[in-house]
Ligand binder design. Structure first.
Ligand code: F0G
Length: 352
């Protein structure tokens, strides 16, 4: 069967009707991949399955929310989609705007967007407005832009985004035939953790799953406002996607943590990069640094006392590694240096 995208597949659970003209790139239906070599490498005896959201059409989980938000915007007659972004939201908004025949304008923290994401927004034809400020500054401007005629904000403060993104939790439960014991997820503006918790709760209320997972959210240590319980004026982290000091869905993230009996913790850039390298080298899975924050959280909880043997964990890996090639190259210690094209020279180079 040709997967029709998340709205058509989960329409019973989403705010659409039979007349809705759906804007889709057939997002969703991403694989849930067991990673036993990663678990062994960190000394675990639990099961971990990763939801590889990097395999959505623009390479991140944002496409699930964007199909819903852009469908709703088009239905309402919007002309211009605007967002603030650390990169992935802008790439997704630009693609879905193109698909819908609308214009996208994206407001970005200047100099802090991974190269691949900028390339995406450009090629999809978005108007790019870099600002001298961080994501939080950009979002403040975008909130004000929302009052302009014909303009629709497609950040996760738009409730349609959350509706679309909750379908990832549905897919995890549909694949496993149950809820995981724990779900690990990176946290930036906190829309996705909000969406997952909503999705798990809706499936629970409908009787589709019998138990609810504990939600384990992870912020980068230099951008951990929820963990520190204060706004961070100048957030900094190698994981630029989650370089956010004042998350819009702060309260909802706290509710997901508290209602589920989970945790929101922080991981250092060193811990993020270790997880980033380990998942690639042990399993062949290349994600961007922000995604690796969830895995750094798995490592941290394992090292801090262990994760119960035989428990079933899932983790969302939010964005593709190819979006940020600079970081992958910078963490490698291999020297890339040409040798003569002869058998002996190449053999010598292979042997190091
Ligand atoms: N991982 C990646 C790769 C992201 O791009 C983001 C957010 C997150 C995790 C965190 O998700 O914000 O819902 O808590 N990126 C936004 C953007 C901020 O503009 O692309 P969140």
């Amino acid at each position: 069967m040709n997967w029709p995208g998340i709205i058509a597949h989960y329409r019973r659970h989403l705010p659409v009707d039979d007349n809705t003209q759906i804007v889709t790139l057939q997002e969703g239906d991403t694989p849930l991949i067991p990673v036993p070599r990663f678990v062994n490498a960190i000394g675990g005896r639990f099961q971990l399955h990763i939801k590889l959201e990097a395999l959505n059409p623009t390479g991140s989980f944002k496409d699930r929310g964007m199909t819903m938000a852009v469908t709703a915007a088009k239905t309402r007659g919007a002309k211009i989609l605007v967002c603030a972004s650390t990169g992935n939201t802008s790439a997704s908004a630009a693609a879905y705007a193109a698909r819908a025949g609308l214009t996208a304008a994206v407001v970005l923290p200047h100099g802090k967007i991974a190269m691949g994401k900028l390339a995406q927004a450009l090629i999809y034809g978005a108007r790019i407005v870099p600002v001298d400020g961080n994501f939080d500054d950009a979002l403040n401007v975008v909130r004000a832009l929302g009052d302009q005629p014909g303009v629709e904000i497609v950040n996760s403060i738009n409730p349609f985004r959350i509706e679309g993104q909750k379908t990832a939790a549905f897919e995890i439960c549909d694949t496993l035939g149950r809820a995981p014991d724990r779900h690990y997820i990176p946290v930036g503006n906190a829309g996705n953790i909000t969406a997952y918790w909503q999705g798990f709760k809706e499936y629970h209320a409908a009787g589709t799953i019998r138990t609810l997972p504990q939600i384990f959210g992870w912020q980068a240590a230099g951008a951990a406002p929820i963990v520190e319980n204060r706004v961070i004026e100048h957030p900094e982290t190698v994981a630029t996607a989650i370089r956010i000091g004042n998350p819009a869905s702060w309260r909802q993230a706290g509710a997901a943590r508290d209602e589920s009996g989970g945790v929101i913790g922080s991981v250092s850039d060193g811990e993020i990069l270790r997880a980033y390298q380990l998942i690639a080298a042990s399993e062949g899975i290349f994600v961007e640094p922000a995604s690796a924050a969830a895995l750094a959280g798995v490592i941290k909880t394992q090292e801090q006392g262990g994760i119960p043997a035989d428990s079933l964990l899932t983790a969302t890996l939010t964005g593709h590694g190819l979006k940020d090639p600079d970081t992958a190259i910078s963490v490698s210690d291999q020297l890339i240096k040409p040798v003569p094209p002869t058998l002996s020279a190449v053999l010598q180079a292979i042997q190091g």
